[in-house]
Ligand binder design. Structure first.
Ligand code: CAA
Length: 689
């Protein structure tokens, strides 16, 4: 009894042994934890005075899973299977006491216990699919036995956890613990002993193992996950739970896990998992920097963007004022917010009373003085420098001291905007992506004078709003849109050289994006870029011609594609085809068929090249930051790891040679390999090195 090792502790409370793991921050099941658990269980088993065991964790959560940093390293026994065998081999009742997030291998350990109790706020789930894996420690065999295959499949393929209340209804947890969890666990264990309750193991149960509804659920759940290995493996494993004996199902699960964990898709997803967390760090920020408290927000501008940003605040429980000086626009904005919430309620995504609570957090006003109470102000007015500067001048006068002043500009110079105030250290960009209440990316634009605590505040606020914040430097388009501009330029060229919108989009969708560049432009509105180009004296042959012909995208029912009334399905448009062919012939271009492989390369390599330049200029701090931006802001397929990660997989020498070739053919100097690519390729290295 006592300390087993640095992570695991064993003590006795009367006849109950309490095994507690403390491995901050999330009690991942690293080697030392597994070894400690096996040893603690051995001691508890051999101690005649022990009649039952409670397994729990200190800190913020029960085991949140296997230690992901150990994947890809040689296995070190005892394995998670050994821990589970020690639990299941225990001739005395074992109770798992759950709090926080019992995920992956952590939940699988709990599933092997005889009983499970949880605090009301606990969540349990098998999120391995999000790492390109399947649950590898029996989860695909035990969960179907506990909740039925259809429900288990739903949880495993989506990776979404469930709350304690639902877990109790499903029979996953036996009791909800009020008050202190460990005491509740001990009390529960004593009751089991006193009542002589039988020690049933999940593996021995089969009353819910029915194939009913399974095939349909498998079909609908995986429909939109084409190209991904893990969901298909999850389906196979859960089906095995129905048709194979337990041990055989377990053996197949291990095989599938080993194959996935060594595969490219899981490696890519693990890269994104860590890159996402790394992106929240700002390299030169002193560790002592503390974010400022945020109790109230204000959003200037009640347009689509402003409304979406206000919803983010309300959803996160932060009261927010929306200010628009024009009463009609304000009302329209507030109506749009209410309509958005109503849609979510009608689809079952939100309870009606929760919608009321969220709406009640949003106050509308036409006077800028409303910002005086706000700890953060996000400006989302018209994308024009003079307008923005005027707003920031006013904010300087009205906002309280130490308020964070953020602009949601997507193109303008944040430093110039900051200079319109007497407090540039409080000013930065918070670049949300449309629709702001849905898209998870948040580019935090660091100005020359932005202070560390302002940055720390923006990052912390971003996470509170459920976003993935990535800090970037000031330049035209920042990271995401500057790279996107390269893709758009290449789309134009492909259209002129011989490809049609439907062909380009199909190639990009086949690569794994949810939509192609042309459908995306139709969604965003072609006129936006057109106006910006007019202001900058730039031209895009096809896109401008489309705008001149009234093709603004979905909002006008026609863009690169045409749309039937009320529909969002892009349909090939003969009128557009004609316009493209005429443009080619006007420029004397002989159109040719372009292979899918070439389309994909030309959609992706110019972006990678621009990404390299952004790294050279220090606008992006890490290649992983760029990957996170593209995964969360632009739908880059997460199982391909992001553009910079993908470039490393291709090999930078190949990237360099292809770019050199395309630069020569097109005559576009922007396509010449960035010096960083040339240097790394010559050294045989990648961005990740
Ligand atoms: N292994 C190693 N490190 C982990 C980890 C894990 N399973 N889960 C989280 N961490 C680390 C994070 O990298 C982060 O590290 P830094 O502070 O150094 O950046 C730290 O723990 C805190 O994580 P978050 O910032 O994500 O904290 P949070 O409170 O926002 O979220 C969480 C906590 C919900 C547990 C979230 O971290 C999470 O979802 N983790 C992954 C859970 C998971 O996928 N588990 C399954 C693992 S695979 C498995 O178990 C396979 C199997 O069947 C054998």
């Amino acid at each position: 009894m006592g300390s087993i090792n640095a992570s695991v502790d064993l003590r006795r409370d009367g006849e109950v042994a309490v095994v507690t793991t403390d491995n901050p921050p999330v009690n991942a099941l690293k080697h030392e934890v597994r070894a400690g658990l096996v040893e603690a269980l051995r001691q508890a088993r051999e101690d005649g005075a022990v009649k039952a065991v409670v397994i729990g964790c200190a800190g913020r959560t029960f085991f949140a899973g296997a230690d992901i940093t150990e994947f890809g390293q040689p296995p070190r026994p005892p394995s998670l299977h050994d821990v589970i065998a020690a639990v299941e081999g225990m001739p005395k009742p074992v109770v798992a006491a759950l709090h926080g997030t019992a995920l992956g291998g952590g939940f699988e350990v709990a599933l092997a216990c005889h009983f499970r109790i949880a605090v009301p706020g606990a969540r349990v789930g098998l999120p391995e699919v999000k790492l390109g894996l399947l649950p590898g420690a029996g989860g695909t065999q035990r969960l179907p036995r506990l909740v039925g295959p259809e429900k288990a499949l739903r949880m495993i393929v989506t990776g979404e956890p469930i709350g304690a209340a639902e877990a109790q209804v499903l029979g996953v947890v036996d009791d909800i613990a009020e008050g202190d969890l460990t005491s509740a666990g001990v009390t529960f264990a004593r009751r089991v002993v006193a009542e002589g309750r039988p020690l049933s193991l999940v593996r021995e149960r089969d009353e819910k193992l029915s194939a009913e509804g399974f095939a349909d659920a498998a079909e609908t759940l995986t429909q939109r996950l084409r190209g991904q290995d893990a969901p298909a493996a999850c389906v196979e494993a859960v089906r095995n739970a129905i048709v194979l004996p337990f041990e055989e199902g377990l053996r197949r699960e291990s095989e599938l896990f080993r194959r996935l964990v060594a595969g490219d898709q899981s490696k890519a997803r693990r890269h994104v998992f860590f890159a996402e967390r790394e992106a929240a760090r700002i390299g030169d920020m002193p560790e002592t920097t503390k974010p400022r408290p945020i109790g109230r927000g204000a959003v200037i501008g009640a347009g689509t963007m402003g409304g979406g940003i206000a919803m983010c605040f309300a959803n996160a429980g932060i009261p927010v004022s929306v200010v628009d000086t024009r009463r009609d626009l304000l009302q329209r904005g507030l109506d749009r917010i209410a309509a958005n919430y109503r849609t979510t309620v009608s689809r079952g995504g939100l309870a009606a009373d929760e919608m009321e609570r969220r709406m009640a957090r949003i106050a509308g006003g036409t006077e800028l003085d409303a910002v005086a109470q706000a700890d953060v102000v996000v400006e989302a007015v018209f994308e024009e420098m003079d307008v923005k500067k005027q707003v920031f001048g006013e904010l300087d006068r009205l906002a309280k001291k130490d308020a964070l002043l953020a602009t949601n500009t997507s193109t303008l110079d944040v430093d110039e905007i900051a200079r319109a105030t007497g407090r540039p250290r409080d000013v930065l960009g918070m670049h949300f992506f449309s629709p702001a209440n849905v898209m998870r990316l948040l580019e935090i634009v660091r100005g020359q004078e932005t202070s560390f605590d302002a940055l720390a505040t923006a990052v912390a606020l971003g996470r509170r709003l459920g976003k993935v914040p990535v800090t970037v430097g000031v330049c035209y388009g920042f990271v995401g849109n500057r790279m996107l501009a390269r893709r758009s330029a290449e789309t134009e060229r492909l259209l002129l050289e011989g490809a049609l919108p439907q062909r380009i989009d199909a190639a990009v969708v086949a690569f794994g994006f949810p939509m192609g560049p042309c459908a995306m432009m139709d969604l965003a509105g072609l006129d936006v870029g057109w106006r910006i180009r007019q202001g900058r004296g730039e031209r895009a042959v096809i896109e401008d011609a489309l705008c001149e012909a009234g093709h603004y995208g979905q909002k006008t029912g026609k863009g690169y594609f045409r749309y039937d009334a009320g529909s969002r399905t892009p349909l090939p448009d003969p009128e557009v085809e004609k316009l493209i062919l005429e443009s080619s012939s006007r420029l004397g271009i002989n159109r040719r068929p372009i292979a899918e492989e070439e389309i994909v390369e030309r959609m992706i390599l110019p972006m990678i090249n621009e990404g390299a330049r952004l790294l050279e200029e220090g606008i992006a701090s890490r290649p992983g930051d760029i990957d996170v931006i593209w995964v969360y802001g632009y739908g880059w397929p997460v199982w391909r790891g992001g553009p910079m990660y993908y470039a490393d997989r291709l090999g930078l020498a190949r990237v360099r040679d292809k770019l050199t070739d395309y630069a020569g053919r097109s005559g576009d100097p922007a396509l010449r390999p960035a010096p960083l690519i040339a240097r790394l390729a010559a050294e045989g290295r990648g961005f990740g090195s």
